[in-house]
Write a new protein. Structure first.
Length: 123
C-alpha cells in the first residue's frame, strides 16, 4: 500500500534527475546559462510540477535562462514522457530559486556582524 503524498515526491525526484541530465547534455539553447535544478514540487494530482532553478550570473542571465527553459518545455516534457514512462507528464513551471543568493547575503551579513574581514577574491 502506498502512503498518500509519496508518489508526488518520487515523481518530483525523478523529474529533477531527468531535467538535470537534459541540462547537462541535450539542451543546446544558448540562452540557458549555468543552471542547476534545486528542487521540484509536484502537486498531489500529478498535473503540475514547479521546477526551481538556480542560475549563476546577472539578473539578465537569469531571465534569459528562464526564457530558454520555458521555450524548451515541450521538448523537456516529451523527454520526460519517454524516460519516466508515466501516463501523464505534469505541466512544468520554472521558477528562479533565490535561495543561494539569500544564503550568500546572510553569510556576508554575519561576517560583517562578527567583524571578520572579507575573504580574498580568487584570481
Amino acid at each position: 500500500m502506498t502512503v498518500p503524498g509519496r508518489r508526488p515526491q518520487r515523481v518530483g525526484q525523478r523529474i529533477l534527475e531527468e531535467i538535470s541530465e537534459l541540462l547537462a547534455g541535450e539542451l543546446k539553447d544558448p540562452r540557458i546559462g549555468f543552471a542547476t535544478i534545486t528542487g521540484v514540487r509536484v502537486t498531489p494530482d500529478l498535473r503540475q510540477a514547479f521546477v526551481f532553478v538556480s542560475v549563476l550570473g546577472s539578473a539578465d542571465e537569469q531571465r534569459q535562462t528562464l526564457e530558454g527553459l520555458c521555450a524548451a518545455k515541450a521538448f523537456i516534457r516529451h523527454e520526460l514522457a519517454e524516460r519516466l514512462q508515466i501516463r501523464r507528464v505534469p505541466e512544468l513551471s520554472f521558477t528562479l530559486d533565490r535561495g543561494p543568493e539569500r544564503a550568500a547575503h546572510i553569510e556576508e551579513l554575519l561576517r560583517q556582524a562578527r567583524g571578520k574581514p572579507e575573504p580574498p577574491e580568487e584570481p
